[in-house]
Design a protein around this ligand. Structure first.
Ligand SMILES: [Zn+2]
Ligand SMILES: [Zn+2]
Length: 266
């Protein structure tokens, strides 16, 4: 799509509701991790410390990580963007949840991606996305996770590919990379396909990368992690300077798949 096919009202709506809260997740090869978009502790490194650890572990154990990671916004500790990522899932009932500004902002953010940039993901991939899954809690959260309701804003061609969590994973290893934390319930449904792992917040990435490795082990040909937010803690390493220097308000025209401009469809 291009500007001519995007109604001005959609731009205006998103600018008004998201512009001052959400941030463009800056991707800069000198400053940000090539995997997760986190700020690098020093320029010139390819990956942040966590992603380097995941790559080393995956290489050692023969696991395959996600083919790419996309984030729709940077969320910053202490700012509304990060409050939203907690608040949207804090309430017990959908009825309460759907009336909150946090839920509505995240719905808009995901819907805007689904409408405008999901095609960019297909254009940038070897295969179009045809399955989507959310990462289940390893803490045994009861009932459906609120994130599952946000998948309704993603393309209908992305059919569900459920993962089930392993039982009794000790708390101290839940955030570590290990595909054995998740089981693909229908390996035949993901074999040879491009699967999207839809995650709410990327903090260290162990959870989502474990799910990606489980999907690859089950036969998925391509896996993309789509995180609503890449969280940044201003107190960590050089993050504060990055956050202050590189702030860019959300804009529909910014392509989260291919910064600069949307890739041309095949
Ligand atoms: Zn990283
Ligand atoms: Zn795009």
């Amino acid at each position: 799509m291009n500007d001519a096919t995007s109604p001005a009202s959609l731009h205006d709506l998103l600018q008004g509701r998201l512009g001052s809260v959400m941030r463009i997740p800056v991707r800069d090869s000198r400053l940000t991790c090539r995997v997760c978009l986190g700020p690098l502790s020093r320029p010139g490194l390819a990956m942040c410390w966590q992603c380097r650890r995941h790559a080393l572990r995956a290489g050692r154990d023969g696991w395959r990580l996600a083919d790419r990671v996309i984030a729709l916004t940077h969320s910053v500790d202490g700012e509304q963007s990060n409050v939203d990522m907690h608040r949207y899932k804090a309430l017990a009932s959908d009825e309460e949840r759907f009336t909150t500004d946090a839920w509505q902002r995240l719905s808009l953010l995901v819907a805007a991606f689904g409408l405008r940039h999901a095609v960019c993901l297909d254009a940038a991939s070897r295969l179009p996305v045809s399955r989507v899954t959310t990462v289940p809690s390893l803490r045994g959260r009861p009932g459906p996770h609120p994130l599952a309701a946000l998948t309704a804003h993603l393309p209908r061609a992305w059919r569900p590919a459920p993962l089930v969590p392993a039982l009794h994973v000790p708390e101290q290893v839940r955030r570590l990379l290990d595909p054995r934390h998740f089981t693909v319930t229908d390996p035949g449904g993901v074999a040879g396909r491009h699967v999207c792992v839809f995650e709410d917040t990327w903090v260290r990435g162990g959870h989502a990368q474990s799910a990606a490795a489980a999907l690859h082990a089950a036969g998925a040909a391509e896996v993309t992690i789509l995180a609503i937010a890449r969280r940044l803690a201003p107190s960590y390493a050089q993050n504060r300077a990055f956050i202050e220097d590189r702030r860019q308000d959300y804009a529909l025209d910014h392509c989260p798949v291919s910064p600069g401009s949307c890739p041309a469809p095949d």
